[in-house]
Design a protein around this ligand. Structure first.
Ligand code: A4P
Ligand code: MG
Length: 170
């Protein structure tokens, strides 16, 4: 087994967009993540249209969850996610406010940490249906909807095989 595979950790990421061409932002973010050294996209959930949580006076979101395999350490993975947000022009004006793209790390292998810069698992994930519905889809293979979380698109983004990427890293 190539050494690289042993170095890889599975991480789940949550992506959301509620400004502009929302689907296009999600697609571009996935393309940029997939092109990042040390990240391989494994599974991509369906797209869900979701009612805003927290700050409710804002447009509806499109949300997805993806699983990746990565050789990046957690801090480097956060930096890579923020680099993708920045290259798509994400502006941080209002916490929990509207955004063209948001990428949060939900889990990183079994890692638990409490610092504000990177909290793992993500502290609010369990109470948020816009996270848990697509996450359950990836883990169980079953699509479900909940109030405020509506299935919009299935099979919309097919990631390239991780195996091919792994071999090409050797
Ligand atoms: N940070 C700490 N832990 C993490 C982590 N696990 N993943 C820090 C990512 N970042 C983490 O994030 C603020 C800071 O959190 C970062 O500097 C990072 O060091 P941000 O992306 O700059 O700001 P934000 O997204 O406004 O804050 P946050 O806390 O990520 O907000 P949430 O909890 O993601 O809420 N409603 C629907 N329907 N769908 C949504 O996607 N999103 C939000 C944002 C609110 N309501 C929503 C949705
Ligand atoms: Mg965020």
């Amino acid at each position: 087994m190539p050494a690289r595979i042993l170095d890889q950790k599975r991480s789940y990421l949550s992506l959301g967009s509620n400004l502009g061409d929302r689907l296009n932002w999600l697609r571009q973010a996935l393309q940029l993540l997939a092109a990042t050294d040390g990240i391989c996209l494994e599974q991509v959930s369906s797209v869900y249209e979701t009612e805003p949580v927290g700050l409710t006076e804002q447009p509806t979101f499109l949300n997805i969850v993806v699983s990746i395999r990565t050789t990046l350490e957690p801090e480097a993975l956060l930096a890579a996610c923020q680099a993708v947000e920045t290259s798509l022009g994400r502006e941080r004006k209002i916490r929990w406010g509207p955004r063209n793209i948001d990428i949060d790390i939900l889990t990183y292998a079994g890692c638990r940490r409490g610092d504000a810069r990177l909290t793992l698992p993500h502290p609010r994930m369990r109470e948020r249906d816009f996270v848990m519905v697509p996450l359950r889809e990836l883990v169980t293979g079953q699509v479900a909807e909940k109030p405020g979380v509506r299935l919009l698109l299935r099979g919309w983004f097919l990631p390239k095989s991780c195996q091919r990427r792994e071999n090409s890293l050797e």
